[in-house]
Design a protein around this ligand. Structure first.
Ligand SMILES: [Zn+2]
Ligand SMILES: [Zn+2]
Length: 158
């Protein structure tokens, strides 16, 4: 289940819609994302990661990204890279064909250890972006004023 939150700047009126979580299409999204990652479409770092860790996993959940340099906000995917830990029990009890497993954030927390964050780059200034935590305040990319959550905008999507 995913969540949309609309943010609005009380000063200049700039709006940003933030989408978080996973929907029912998640398995498809995960597999497509992993495929792109392995093919190098998402950059060298993540391609090398899968080359060196064929049993690795990525976080394909939707997140909001914030530029550390210019404050630009962007919707994207977390894409952090994870390697199996001692809880990970490879394929036991599941009949999932090789290469079609997918992992949600809960799986990653339990059965994996974070290997690296994805180096998100800002499309505006090229600066590095971080994944906005759910309790983090957003600031208006236009004028720097703390953004307010528009209560009418809260929406669940699947
Ligand atoms: Zn503003
Ligand atoms: Zn930027």
């Amino acid at each position: 289940m995913g969540r949309s939150i609309g943010y609005r700047c009380p000063s200049c009126g700039h709006e940003h819609m933030s989408n978080r979580g996973v929907g029912f299409l998640f398995p498809k999204v995960y597999l497509e994302t992993a495929e792109k990652a392995k093919a190098g479409v998402l950059g060298e770092e993540i391609r090398k990661f899968f080359e060196n860790h064929p049993d690795g996993a990525i976080n394909a959940e939707k997140v909001t990204l914030c530029c550390d340099s210019c404050g630009n906000l962007m919707e994207g995917q977390d894409l952090s890279m994870h390697v199996p830990n001692e809880n990970y029990n490879r394929g036991v009890g599941t009949q999932v064909p090789e290469g079609s497993q997918y992992f949600m954030e809960d799986d990653l927390e339990e059965d994996f250890t974070k290997f690296a964050d994805y180096p998100h780059k800002c499309i505006k200034c090229g600066g590095s972006m971080h994944v906005v935590r759910s309790d983090e305040n957003l600031f208006c990319p236009e004028c720097g004023t703390p953004m307010e959550i528009d209560p009418d905008s809260l929406m669940m999507w699947d």
